[in-house]
Design a protein around this ligand. Structure first.
Ligand code: RAM
Length: 373
C-alpha cells in the first residue's frame, strides 16, 4: 500500500488546457538551452504575467533565480514539454531555467550537467533520474554548494543525503495498476503479455513495473513473459519490440509505460495491422503523438498526465526551496502559481518527501483530441 495522496490536484482538462504552449517553441536542440524571464512561447491565456512577482517581499519565491532542469535526455518530446513547464514557472517568477542533459538516458550523461549547475552557482536543480543511485555523489556535491535539489518524473534514491523533494506525476501505485487493468479489460484478462519499458535503470518505470507485477496477481490467466528496454530511444525501442514479437508470436498484449516506447510500438503496429487481430497495445503516451493511432483503431486506450504541468510544479517547488518559502517538512505547503497549493507528503518506502501532481487521464477516441500535449 502506498501512502501517497493527492492533496491538491490539477482541476482536470480545463486547467490542463490553460498551461499548454507550443512545446516545440520551448524545446532544446543542443545539450544546454537557457530561457530567461521572457520565454519565446507567450504564457497561455489565463496564466499570470511573467513580470508580476514582487513575491519575495510578499513571502513568495525570490526573483532572479537560476534553476537547472536536467531531464532524462534533451530529445524526448515528453521531457521537452516538461522542461517548457519549468521555463514558464521561472519566467512567471522573474528567474530563468537552463535545460541541460545528454542525449542518452544514462546517469553518466547527466553528471556533466550537475557539474555545470555547480559551476554556474545555480539556485536549484530539477532532475529526472536515469538511475536511482548513480547520481547521488554529484547531487551531494551540488547540495554542499548550496543548491536545492528537486527530482521530477523519475526520482533518485539517495537516502537522507542530499535531502530532496520528489515531484511525482501521479500516484505511483495507481499508474502501475491502472495500466494492467486497462490491458486486462481489453484482452479479457487472458494471454501472454510483455512490457516495453524505457531504460533498465529508470526509477519511475521500475516503480510502475513493480506495481504492475503486483496487480497481475489479480489476473491468473494473464502471464508476463518478458520485459524489454528501449532506453527511450525510438530505434532501440523498435529493435527490442521486433525481438519481442518474434520471440512470442502468441503475445496478446504489450504495456509500454513510456511515451517513446508506446509511440514507437503504435507506429509499428499501424504498418502491421494484421497483428491487431491478436495483439493489444496500451501504456503511457502523449495524446499529440498517439491520436492518429487511436482514431485509426491501432490503440484504444492509454493514459498520461500533463507533462507541462509537471515541469511547472517542479519549477515552483525548486524556486520555493531556494527561497525558503517551501520546505521538505511533511504537511508543509507551497503555492505553484495557477496550479494552486500543494502539501508535502511524508516519506514512504524508497520515496522521500514528495508532492503528487494529480491523477492520470485515460485517453480514448472520445477525448484524445482535447489535449494539446
Ligand atoms: C517517457 C519517459 C518519462 C515518462 C514518460 C511517461 O517519456 O520515460 O520518464 O514519465 O515516458
Amino acid at each position: 500500500m502506498t501512502t501517497e495522496r493527492t492533496v491538491r490536484r490539477a482541476a482536470g482538462a480545463a486547467l490542463t488546457a490553460v498551461l499548454l504552449t507550443a512545446a516545440a517553441a520551448c524545446g532544446s536542440s543542443g545539450s544546454t538551452s537557457t530561457s530567461g524571464a521572457s520565454p519565446s512561447g507567450a504564457p497561455a491565456a489565463g496564466a499570470p504575467s511573467s513580470g508580476s512577482s514582487s513575491s519575495a517581499a510578499a513571502g513568495g519565491p525570490k526573483k532572479a533565480l537560476t534553476v537547472y532542469f536536467i531531464p532524462k535526455d534533451t530529445q524526448n518530446p515528453y521531457e521537452v514539454i516538461a522542461d517548457a513547464g519549468g521555463k514558464m514557472a521561472l519566467s512567471q517568477l522573474g528567474g530563468k531555467v537552463v535545460v541541460s542533459s545528454g542525449t542518452a538516458d544514462t546517469a553518466a550523461a547527466q553528471i556533466p550537467s550537475i557539474q555545470a549547475a555547480i559551476q554556474a552557482h545555480a539556485n536549484a536543480i530539477v532532475i529526472a533520474g536515469n538511475d536511482p543511485s548513480a547520481l547521488c555523489p554529484s547531487l551531494n556535491q551540488a547540495a554542499q554548494a548550496g543548491i536545492k535539489i528537486v527530482a521530477f518524473d523519475s526520482d533518485v534514491s539517495c537516502g537522507a543525503s542530499p535531502p530532496h523533494l520528489f515531484i511525482n506525476q501521479a500516484n505511483t501505485q495507481q499508474i502501475g495498476t491502472s495500466e494492467v487493468d486497462l490491458l486486462a479489460k481489453e484482452i479479457g484478462g487472458k494471454g501472454q503479455i510483455a512490457i516495453l519499458s524505457a531504460a533498465a535503470s529508470a526509477t519511475n518505470q521500475n516503480a510502475w513495473i513493480g506495481y504492475m507485477k503486483q496487480e497481475l496477481k489479480k489476473y491468473p490467466n494473464m502471464k508476463l513473459v518478458s520485459t524489454v528496454y528501449g532506453n527511450d530511444d525510438p530505434a532501440t525501442s523498435l529493435t527490442v519490440l521486433q525481438g519481442l514479437l518474434s520471440a512470442y508470436p502468441s503475445l496478446r498484449g504489450i504495456i509500454s509505460p513510456t511515451t517513446v516506447g508506446i509511440s514507437t510500438a503504435a507506429q509499428y503496429l499501424d504498418t502491421h495491422k494484421s497483428m491487431l487481430s491478436h495483439l493489444t497495445l496500451t501504456g503511457l503516451g502523449l495524446p499529440s503523438q498517439m491520436k492518429s493511432y487511436v482514431h485509426d483503431g491501432t490503440v484504444k486506450e492509454f493514459e498520461l498526465w500533463n507533462p507541462q504541468n509537471l515541469g511547472f510544479l517542479a519549477g515552483y517547488a525548486a524556486a520555493g526551496l531556494a527561497s525558503g518559502t517551501a520546505s521538505l517538512k511533511t504537511g508543509s505547503t507551497f503555492t505553484a502559481g495557477m496550479l494552486h497549493s500543494y502539501t508535502v507528503l511524508p516519506p514512504a518506502g524508497a520515496t522521500g518527501p514528495s508532492v503528487v501532481l494529480g491523477p492520470p487521464t485515460v485517453f480514448t477516441k472520445a477525448n484524445v483530441d482535447q489535449f494539446k500535449f
